[in-house]
Ligand binder design. Structure first.
Ligand code: CU
Length: 216
């Protein structure tokens, strides 16, 4: 397959902006008097795991509130805490420092828990429903954010314009060289499917017809 097949019937859209998978964020404690890295940023639901290389603690400055933790004295092994509440949470080693508010600077760390997205994005409609690669479609919906990405069945749009929280514009991507794709007519209206090749070889024998399936 030397040439790309360039088509443009856009039927399914998926917006992505935030990962739903919880992450595990590592911090190494020791062998010196260090937390490495000293500050980490996590999303709500993520877990920080401290791995101890010498005798220290990882202890939250605050003894009350939504995120309180204390590893106790450990010289090996791990201690984990899952953070669910957005905010800044400084912590320290009881053996070698004191909380920030008491002047601690020597063996202090911080966990920043990022703000929750208020609501996930939703799509109401897309116009036009069919569009050639390289053309721009308009997506209407709710809770769009500046910096949103748009994918067409897993293929990212090369250009997304954030108009406002309810409107995005996105350029329909090419189907990559070698990518299998299928076009389906879900209704009974006549559909005209125009396939445009581009590249240095445009022969019909460059297209692999993997499966031509007719649904009654
Ligand atoms: Cu220590």
């Amino acid at each position: 397959m030397r040439s790309a097949v360039r088509t443009g019937v856009a039927t399914m859209f998926l917006l992505s902006g935030v990962s739903a998978r919880a992450a595990n964020v590592p911090v190494i404690v020791g062998p010196g008097n260090t937390f490495n890295p000293p500050a980490v940023t996590v999303n709500p639901g993520d877990t920080v795991t401290w791995t101890f290389r010498s005798l220290h603690t990882a202890t939250s400055d605050s003894r009350t509130g939504p995120e309180v933790w204390d590893s106790g004295f450990l010289s090996a092994g791990t201690f984990s805490h899952t953070f669910n509440t957005p905010g800044d949470y400084p912590y320290y080693c009881i053996l070698h420092s004191v909380p920030l508010a008491q002047g601690g600077t020597f063996m202090n760390g911080a966990v920043h828990v990022a703000a929750l997205l208020s609501t996930p994005p939703t799509i109401l409609n897309v116009t036009p429903l069919g569009a050639f690669a390289g053309t721009t479609i308009t997506i209407n919906g709710a809770a769009f954010q500046n910096g949103a990405t748009v994918t067409f069945r897993g293929v990212a749009s090369p250009s997304v314009t954030f108009v406002n929280a309810s409107t995005l514009q996105a350029v329909v991507p090419d189907i990559p060289i070698g990518a299998a794709h299928r076009v389906e007519n879900p209704g009974d209206e006549l559909m005209v499917f125009v396939e445009v090749q581009q590249g240095d070889y445009l022969g019909e024998d460059d297209i692999v017809r993997a499966d031509a399936r007719e649904v009654a």
